[in-house]
Design a binder for this molecule. Sequence first.
Ligand code: FES
Ligand SMILES: [Fe+2]
Length: 355
Amino acid sequence: MPFLRNTWYAAGWADDLGRALMARTLLNERVLMYRLESGTPVAIGGVCPHRFAPLHMGKLVGDLVECPYHGLRFDSSGKCAFNPHEDGKVPARAQVRSYPLVERDGILWIWMGEAKNADPLSIVSYPAVTDPELGTVKGSMHLKAHFELIVDNLMDLSHVQFLHPTFGATENFSSSHQEVTIEGQTVVSTRWIRGGKGTPLYARNLPDPTASVDSWVVVSWDVPSVCHIDVGVTLPGKTKEEGLRAWPAHLVTPETEETSHYFYAHSRNFRVGDAEVDAQIVDFQRVAFGEQDRPVIEAIQQTIGNADFWSLRPAMFSVDTASVRARRVLQQLIAEENREISAATQHESRKTAAE
Ligand code: FES
Ligand SMILES: [Fe+2]
């Protein structure tokens, strides 16, 4: 298995999901999401087990999903609850998977592993996204790249001054020291940049955009591929709380081994409700992620294809510490999970042989 399964992945923004059927491929599986009449979001397998019609081409009848082809209807547990033909008997195989799906902090979190292991308490918290005191601008993007290439990009923001010249990194970024720590399974990269002009995205909202400021950027990575950022500028000697501060969320979910869903949000504590700043952030997300990061990340995917990343023996230097640690944590969890899956499979086949 190339992905960690027993973990929560971001399946989308909660406010993008309504009563319309939404199809999304996650970890190579076709998933169908929708809301019940009660508003509860649910996720089931996206392909009809009869003749494999995509269920998103069907429709909701009350809380049942009706297949577009021969009209079998499925409930939110994935069971066929209605067969419109002849005696109405439901064949045992007329069932799709159902996936635990939790709405939290405006994010839909899906569990792709065994449902019995799904513990909503283990969902990483992103309170800034729905904090009414903050101004949040959200978006999403599809990338033709392995999800870890996107995480590499987020965990090493030293690329900002080269790849995002129109936005510019904080002056003195390159010479600042990156401290990397691991707290449990969370990898945290911290940089404080003392003095110099702030990154224009924040500095232009200061009374004097050219003022010398202290800047910081803290990126926290959590299993499997979600990043929380704490970034901002403050006048020298002042605290973070006194400065202009933002808490971006970057949630990456594999679609396949070579494609990913990328959900991002930017929550700020300054000029909340100001449409002009909202537009600046929207523009930043569109240009920086869509027109600057994306072509390079997708070109890297094209270049390395499906080769194992480590087999390529990448050159490493100090800026890679955080992304490499994140890769190692995930790699270890995937290896452990694969060992457990193969032990369980062997146990099952021995049991079947003995029967
Ligand atoms: S393909 Fe769905 S009912 Fe036949
Ligand atoms: Fe970037």
